[in-house]
Design a protein around this ligand. Structure first.
Ligand SMILES: [Zn+2]
Length: 241
């Protein structure tokens, strides 16, 4: 059953966007790598809200960075990259509909840090979503992704959250686990052998080119500012205002 809490229920992910997420996660955590070397990855979900169906349509997933086994920290360069990327996607009347990150071997849930992070998105966009990916779920024959939203962001860090129904382009729901597993095992060897170049680097290249072509240079004050809200350092804000 679809939960109806925040007035926003179904997410559609383009196949190519989902593929990016699989590549990004597999480049930093795969079955051929020692578990202690697995790293979390973090990226943005780009898209729009369909006026008629009210579905969130994810057209692209943009890999930004990776961290340690248990978390990802946003550094100055990532804020700068995000600010330009935000302008770039706005050209297509799209925006950050949410974010994704991986929990390699940790399960599908939102940690306290994830909730703080997500508040930065959902306070600004009530329909913002957080997608979590854990490739190890595939061995257990379970879906490796779950999409979350806070029940009521006004509760801040003590907000509860719920899952949202989603569809991935070209993947039938009843065959989902099987097909994602196939896709993962198809991508993993290419990531290991380096056949697929670093997807984070590819993003940087694309943004640099776009920036160069338009000769855009954002003033420093628009690129990075730390926000303190009720004593909590918020990771996000400047790009959604
Ligand atoms: Zn997390």
């Amino acid at each position: 059953m679809v939960e109806e809490k925040s007035g926003f229920y179904i997410v559609f992910i383009e196949h190519s966007a989902f593929r990016n997420i699989v590549i990004h996660t597999a480049q930093y955590a795969h079955f051929d790598m020692k578990v202690k070397n697995w790293k979390e990855v973090y990226g943005f979900l780009i898209g729009y809200i369909d006026e008629d169906t009210k579905w969130t349509h994810i057209t692209d997933a943009v890999p930004i960075t990776h961290g340690t086994h248990y978390g990802v920290e946003f550094k100055k360069e990532h804020y700068v990259l995000s600010a330009y990327l935000n302008l770039m996607v706005a050209e297509n009347d799209e925006f950050y509909v949410g974010w994704y990150h991986s929990h390699p071997g940790l399960g599908l849930f939102l940690s306290q840090t994830d909730i703080v992070n997500h508040l930065g998105y959902q306070v600004v966009n009530p329909k913002a979503i957080a997608m979590v990916f854990d490739h190890t779920k595939l061995i257990q024959k379970e879906p490796p992704i779950e999409i979350f939203q806070l029940d009521n962001p006004t509760f801040g860090v003590s907000s509860n959250y719920h899952s949202i129904e989603y569809y991935i382009g070209g993947i039938k729901k009843d065959k989902e686990i099987e097909i994602i597993k196939e896709l993962y095992y198809e991508i993993e060897p290419d990531c290991i052998s380096g056949k697929i170049t670093s997807i984070e680097k590819t993003v940087r290249r694309v943004v640099r080119k776009w920036k160069g072509e338009r000769k855009i240079k954002l003033p420093k004050k628009d690129l990075y500012k730390k926000k303190k809200k009720r004593g909590i350092k918020q990771s996000f804000g400047p790009f959604f205002e």
